[in-house]
Design a protein around this ligand. Structure first.
Ligand SMILES: NC(=O)c1ccc[n+]([C@@H]2O[C@H](COP(=O)([O-])OP(=O)(O)OC[C@H]3O[C@@H](n4cnc5c(N)ncnc54)[C@H](OP(=O)(O)O)[C@@H]3O)[C@@H](O)[C@H]2O)c1
Length: 286
């Protein structure tokens, strides 16, 4: 699904994530001329993309936005917000992807907009395979929900949350999750090298294995446990490996701790929990 062709979209901030969204909308057939981007230092590829697609970039005049997408860093939004106020009306839907900025923050930053939605995409949105969560206040019109849904599904899957407090948990799973998987590729590479493989081959095998396993999850829709069961012959090599990984719930406990730590940090950054001493990221051993 894509944003309606009639929606005038104003994108505030077109860095990594804002540009990923822009690419997703254009790839889904949204007309470039319906999109305006405000970004003080557009990257060369953004300039080229905007030029090719007819996207308006930093226009001198203001207009009316049906949808404002806020994709600046949270710490910069207070200084960026005044520039977009003339674009807003009671008909405007604000969709923010800023980490830690709550629905209450959005209402305070953009008080004249009619609806506010808070979303949290993740990095694979840049390749159209994002996992995004979104939350809207009770009473948000169905049309605003549908518009947000079309906008955010242009870059991958979307889950709506009933409770805003769950955004921190979702951030810890899907927002930070790609880094956990990248780290697993690093570990598998290193383990392959220790088992005697040349480093380049170990890295390519580890990378292709995660890509392939991810593609199977997507293509088959089968539960992960079933896919695992299918490749685990009794007494075989996979079972021998898994018996170590699963012994005493080791990996489950590790991931549960990982998600708990990331969720706690998200709460701290959002100002909903007292700051705790920072925990150093594990060394890659590289
Ligand atoms: N990256 C992720 O994986 C991810 C995931 C989920 C959510 N998010 C959220 O997405 C937002 C953007 O993150 P990002 O990684 O895309 O950051 P980013 O690459 O730094 O992009 C932010 C963009 O906003 C621009 N900007 C700065 N001040 C501005 C202003 N006054 N008006 C308009 N644009 C302005 C920046 O320009 P300069 O570079 O010149 O400052 C930059 O191009 C953040 O709020 C973040 O929490 C990111």
């Amino acid at each position: 699904m894509t944003p309606s062709r009639d929606d005038a979209i104003l994108l505030l901030g077109a860095g990594r994530m804002g540009a990923a969204l822009l690419r997703g909308w254009l790839a889904q057939g949204v007309a470039g001329r319906s999109i305006t981007v405000l970004d003080p230092n557009p990257a060369p590829d953004l300039l080229a993309l905007a030029g090719d697609a007819g996207v308006r970039l930093n226009p001198a005049e203001t207009g009316a936005a049906d949808i404002l997408v806020v994709a600046v860093k949270p710490q910069l939004v207070a200084q960026a917000a005044p520039a977009v106020q003339p674009w807003l009306s009671a008909d405007t839907l604000v969709v923010s992807i800023m980490a830690g900025k709550t629905l209450a923050d959005l209402r305070a930053l953009f008080p004249t907009a009619g609806s506010h939605v808070r979303a949290m995409p993740n990095l694979p949105a840049a390749v159209g395979r994002g996992a995004t969560v979104a939350v809207a206040p009770p009473g948000t019109p169905g049309a605003a929900i549908e518009r947000s849904h079309r906008l955010l599904t242009a870059v991958g899957g979307l889950e709506w949350l009933e409770d805003e407090a769950l955004v921190d948990a979702a951030t810890a799973v899907s927002g930070s999750g790609p880094a956990y998987v990248f780290y697993m590729v690093e570990c598998l590479t290193r383990a392959g090298t220790e088992a005697g493989l040349p480093p380049g081959i170990a890295e390519r095998l580890a990378r292709a294995t995660v890509e392939g396993a991810g593609a199977m999850l997507g293509a088959t829709g089968q539960p992960a446990a079933d896919l695992r069961g299918n490749v685990t012959s009794p007494g075989g090599t996979t079972q021998a490996g898994l018996s170590v990984l699963m012994a005493g719930g080791t990996m489950q406990a590790l991931l549960s701790d990982t998600v708990r730590a990331a969720a706690a940090r998200a709460r701290e950054l959002g100002g909903t929990a007292p700051a705790a001493p920072a925990v150093a990221a594990p060394s890659t051993g590289a």
